[in-house]
Design a protein around this ligand. Structure first.
Ligand code: KIV
Ligand code: ZN
Length: 514
């Protein structure tokens, strides 16, 4: 396996015009990230997120907009009490009430914002430029007088008149702000515009600049990097790029680009990136498309025969980073584009050693399944291989009985009897719906499958109409082992239960292979 130095040497260092020596990562997953429509974290989740961000090496964590709810303020105070290495901050308007709330939370650092574009000033705040400037200065001075370090954001900066923006930023700097964060609040910038915008502003202020880019047109990461090329010393980012509307710049992408393409240190502990991304997917309920750079399921997955062949010869042929560098694992995927090399390495990984002829038959069966329009899961490959190698073996987990009750006046409830290694075990659960209840009942049996986690669940209707056939694919994990399984059935609950059972059996088999 090539060294990490090999991978990093594949990137030609670019020569930013004013490269900072180091970039501060300011994570706003718990503030802007939590403003993602539909996302809210409990206080316990926030505490866990803060701990993980600290382990990830994030120097500044925006824990909340403390004034927005009592719960937000309490979570922030608890996070401060953890005594992490990261600096904890909270968002505030430049008004006494907000700043007092931040003081109550005991944060050492406050992020004060107010809109500066004429559009916001006139239509939203119904005030004047003079008033915004006065409030900014008074807010910063009040916070400084009470011992807080201050970061200042002129909201909608990129649609603000440049002369006025410079005036406000200079006033904020004179009032004691130590960082000027420049938000592209509605994501209107291009990288080139961002570079010019930051270069211009930098000529007029001494205080370090920070970039806060939104992803409305998919340019948040590129714009953040352009701001850094122009000399910005801090990047506002979120895990998985969550945030208002289309989100913010993703921490994973900005930090890895800085490390690999720009050779600018951030202090991020890259090996933890995948773990933190998964935690946020789980807590936020927002699961990333597989093609998401760096942390998506397919970021280090390969199916095509030519690619897998090249990869097995030297992973640098088709990977620009080692998956382990960001805490991921390479996946070779069976499918109609797969070649014999790839399928051979997968079945070897499952503990099988087929002959050349057997491998040829296995590859043909995989391609035939792929040609029928099906994505080939681990359990399919496992079953095909066992069949072709004529290996007998009973499933260890079998379904004896499943009863699901649902309706408009009762909570969906499921009870199940499984036969595990010949013995009967019962389980029951309630759920949001019949599928949820049935799936929970399966992992609730006394035999103890609670450590098997269902990471992904995907259901497709193969035909239209109310009698559609359901095709369910699941991704499951136990003790760091990951499998995929699928099932097709005219009954949506049974398709789900069968897919989970296949996954359970496969997970138990991988345990035996250890
Ligand atoms: O996008 C934005 O303008 C913000 C500010 C509060 C910094 O999130
Ligand atoms: Zn924002």
């Amino acid at each position: 396996m090539p060294s990490n130095e090999f991978y990093l040497s594949q990137f030609k260092a670019r020569s930013p015009i004013h490269p900072p020596k180091r970039v501060i990562i300011f994570d706003t997953s718990m503030r802007d990230g939590e403003q993602t429509p539909g996302v809210t974290y409990t206080n316990d989740e926030k505490i866990e997120i803060a701990r993980k961000l600290d382990e990830l090496g994030v120097p500044k964590i925006e824990a909340s907009f403390a004034i927005s709810s009592e719960g937000e303020a309490e979570a922030t105070k608890k996070i401060v009490k953890l005594g992490l290495s990261s600096i904890i901050t909270t968002l505030a308007r430049p008004i006494k009430e907000d700043i007092d709330k931040a003081l109550w939370c005991d944060v050492p650092y406050i992020h004060i914002f107010i809109s500066t574009s004429d559009l916001h000033i006139k239509t939203m705040m119904k005030t004047t430029r003079e008033e915004v400037l006065r409030q900014s200065v008074e807010g910063i001075e009040y916070a400084r007088d009470h011992g807080l370090r201050v970061e200042y954001s002129p909201q909608d900066a990129t649609r603000t008149d440049m002369d006025y923006l410079i005036e406000v930023c200079k006033a904020a700097e004179d009032a004691g702000a130590e960082m000027l964060n420049i938000p592209d609040t509605v994501g209107v910038m291009t990288p080139r515009m961002t570079f010019e915008f930051f270069s211009e502003l930098k000529k007029h202020v001494k205080t370090p600049l920070s970039a806060h880019a939104h992803n409305d047109l998919g340019q948040a990461v590129a714009n953040t990097l352009a701001a850094i090329e122009a000399g910005a010393e801090q990047a506002h980012v979120t895990i998985n790029g969550l945030g208002e509307r289309a989100g913010n710049a993703s921490l994973e992408q900005v930090a890895v680009c800085l490390e690999a393409q720009y050779k600018i240190p951030t202090g991020i502990n890259f090996g933890k990136i995948a773990e933190v991304s998964e935690m946020i997917q789980h807590y936020s309920g927002i699961y990333l498309p597989p093609t998401t750079p760096i942390v998506g399921d397919n970021a280090f997955a390969h199916e095509s025969g030519i690619h897998v062949h090249g990869l097995l010869a030297h992973s640098g042929n088709y990977e620009i980073l080692s998956p382990e560098f960001v805490g991921k694992k390479r996946r070779i995927v069976a499918g109609k584009h797969a070649g014999r090399h790839g399928i051979g390495s997968m079945v070897e990984g499952m503990g099988f050693h087929p002959s050349k002829d057997q491998l040829k038959l296995i590859a043909e069966a995989v391609k035939a399944l792929g040609d029928s329009g099906k994505s080939v899961t681990d359990t399919d490959l496992y079953a095909i291989t066992k069949n072709i190698m004529n290996i007998k073996g009973e499933e260890r987990v079998k379904l004896k009985e499943l009863v699901v009750v649902t309706g408009n006046t009762i909570t969906p409830t499921a009870s199940v009897i499984l036969i595990v290694d010949g013995k009967e075990y019962a389980g029951a659960a309630i759920g949001n719906g019949p599928i949820d209840a049935a799936v929970k009942a399966l992992t609730n049996v006394e035999k103890g499958f609670r450590d098997m986690s269902l990471e992904k669940f995907n259901m497709k209707a193969i035909t239209g109409g109310t009698n559609a056939v359901a095709d369910v694919t699941v991704s499951m994990r136990r003790n760091g082992r990951h499998v995929t399984a699928s099932s097709v059935n005219g009954d949506t609950v049974m398709a789900s239960v069968e897919a989970i059972l296949k996954g359970m059996n496969r997970l138990m088999e991988t345990e035996d292979e250890k």
